[in-house]
Design a protein around this ligand. Sequence first.
Ligand SMILES: NC(=O)C1=CN([C@@H]2O[C@H](COP(=O)(O)OP(=O)(O)OC[C@H]3O[C@@H](n4cnc5c(N)ncnc54)[C@H](O)[C@@H]3O)[C@@H](O)[C@H]2O)C=CC1
Ligand SMILES: O=C(O)[C@@H]1CCC=N1
Length: 275
Amino acid sequence: MSETTIAFIGGGNMARSLIGGLIADGHPPAALRVAEPDTDRREQMISDFGIQGFEDNATAARGADAVILAVKPHTMADVARDLGNQLRDAGSVVISIAAGVRTTDIADWLGGDVPVIRAMPNTPALVQTGATALFAMPMATADQRDLAETTMRAVGLVVWLPDEQQMDAVTALSGSGPAYFFMTMEVMQAAAERLGLTEETARLLTLETALGAARMALESAEDPATLRRRVTSPGGTTAAALEQLEHADLAAVYQRTLDAAAARAAELGDELGAQ
Ligand SMILES: NC(=O)C1=CN([C@@H]2O[C@H](COP(=O)(O)OP(=O)(O)OC[C@H]3O[C@@H](n4cnc5c(N)ncnc54)[C@H](O)[C@@H]3O)[C@@H](O)[C@H]2O)C=CC1
Ligand SMILES: O=C(O)[C@@H]1CCC=N1
């Protein structure tokens, strides 16, 4: 990737994943900046990645090609209001990764004519297998969209959304989604340990099975339902196992799971937009 200067405002979990993924993709650490008020976290980022760290948001953002707002949704209004004058004048591409917070609200907090791009990445960006959805305000230029896309593509898959409302569904699916798979791994490993495997054996087999299934589903021309049927011998072990998942109504559980996340994203947007 070219030496685009990217400033992260907020150096928490998601910024760390994006920064790690960008560096693994070859982005020069010297062209990455983070503004993080927590001294320990800031120093850790500087020593882990060799990037530039700042206590002050405006100093980090000054002259950057892209400014990624990576603070918690509730902190976004204050951060955007403080950076507004500077970002409006500098022409930096402003990308928010905050769940729920709408582009028009961010643009208002920034003080008006700023074409905000909203992104919903996920933490596997750290290992360059992230999945990011992007939405740009209509006033964003092709160059601004390109820069956002190139930045996020360096750490994984990118899709564009035609409608910002879909961002709540994306947040529920791929933004929060790694946590659902991690929880599945936790409980599968624990169940295998109760069946008598050692912790290490159960861990390795759980993780490799998850990776293998995801890779196979991605690379195969067949859909997951077909791949599932191929594991399931009639009267065999998988059939006995899947009967339990069907009994637990996994489809309903996942519908409620994604509904809850999407509803929370919409609620955050309403709550914070009223500020
Ligand atoms: N963690 C995840 O998997 C994902 C998170 N997001 C979004 O990314 C954003 C950040 O989330 P996380 O990294 O998980 O949170 P986090 O709490 O780990 O990071 C936020 C960071 O912002 C810093 N901060 C607080 N006030 C600040 C200020 N005024 N100026 C600059 N920095 C400030 C905090 O010290 C903290 O290090 C959120 O809006 C979240 O919705 C989006 C996709 C996935
Ligand atoms: O839990 C959250 O609110 C954030 C957004 C998506 C993943 N983590």
